[in-house]
Design a protein around this ligand. Structure first.
Ligand code: NI
Length: 248
């Protein structure tokens, strides 16, 4: 069930059955020569839809732009400041809590968002502890990174081993190809495996990683691999989300 495709009466009815919601969150940033700029948002959104086809869960609109200043040396990348993303997350969660949602499950597709999402949760709990110290606020938030699920990690390792790398990975590119077969790009890459190194500013990033990849070989990506990763991710996230609903 998707929030954007529901009526308010349907959301009312859903809240009588469940207080949980999945909020996909990603980034709009370059993903190397054959990866889509929307990769980090497309992946969690696609997985969330897959989970919603298996269980009764509402999926919120995807937060499509995230922490990506280091990708601004490449055309099309967009970045939020950490303070902006914290404000977006806290306001979205406050809106959902206003209607009675108590379990906000952030399904993330971008490693660069992790620190800021965690800071946003600290902001939310601080508001609760400072403003209502006598009464425990029932709201709980959880961060889950789809690419770190156990089943996904196992499939990635079998398919790509060390060629996975850390940015513009063959796993995430494969998943977007399965989601959008009409957007597949075939591009020659050199070197075959991208260099690795630290991440600082946009200018420094472009110099270290000239085609945008870090340590990866996304030329190995395929829709078949994307399909395997999709089913693994749906298994991982369905189980993890259901466990989150059961926790106090
Ligand atoms: Ni990515």
């Amino acid at each position: 069930m998707r929030l954007q495709l529901s009526t308010w009466q349907e959301v009312d009815a859903y809240l009588s059955r469940s207080k949980g919601i999945i909020i996909p969150i990603g980034s709009t940033e370059q993903h190397g020569p054959n990866g889509l700029i929307g990769t980090d948002a497309i992946c969690p959104e696609f997985i969330a839809k897959g989970v919603a086809e298996k269980i009764d869960v509402l999926v919120a609109p995807t937060i499509n732009v995230g922490i990506a200043q280091h990708h601004l040396g490449f055309a099309g990348s967009m970045a939020l400041r950490p303070s902006t993303l914290i404000a977006v997350i806290t306001d979205m969660v406050a809106s959902l809590a206003h209607h009675g949602f108590e379990r906000c499950y952030f399904l993330n597709g971008h490693g660069g968002n992790i620190a800021t999402i965690t800071a946003a949760f600290a902001e939310i709990y601080t508001n609760s502890s400072l403003h209502s110290p006598e009464e425990d606020f029932p709201l709980r938030c959880k961060l889950s990174n789809w690419y770190m699920g156990l089943a996904v990690q196992q499939v990635s390792k079998e398919l790509f081993a060390d060629a996975e790398g850390s940015h513009a990975t063959p796993s995430e590119v494969s998943l977007t190809y399965f989601a959008h077969p009409d957007a597949i790009k075939k591009v020659a890459m050199s070197p075959q495996r991208a260099p690795t190194g630290p991440v600082y500013t946009a200018l420094d990033f472009r110099q270290r990683f000239p085609d945008g990849r870090i340590g990866s070989e996304p030329a190995l990506a395929s829709t078949d691999s994307g399909e395997k990763l999709f089913h693994a991710a749906v298994r991982d996230i369905t189980a993890d989300y259901q466990a989150f609903l059961r926790t106090r």
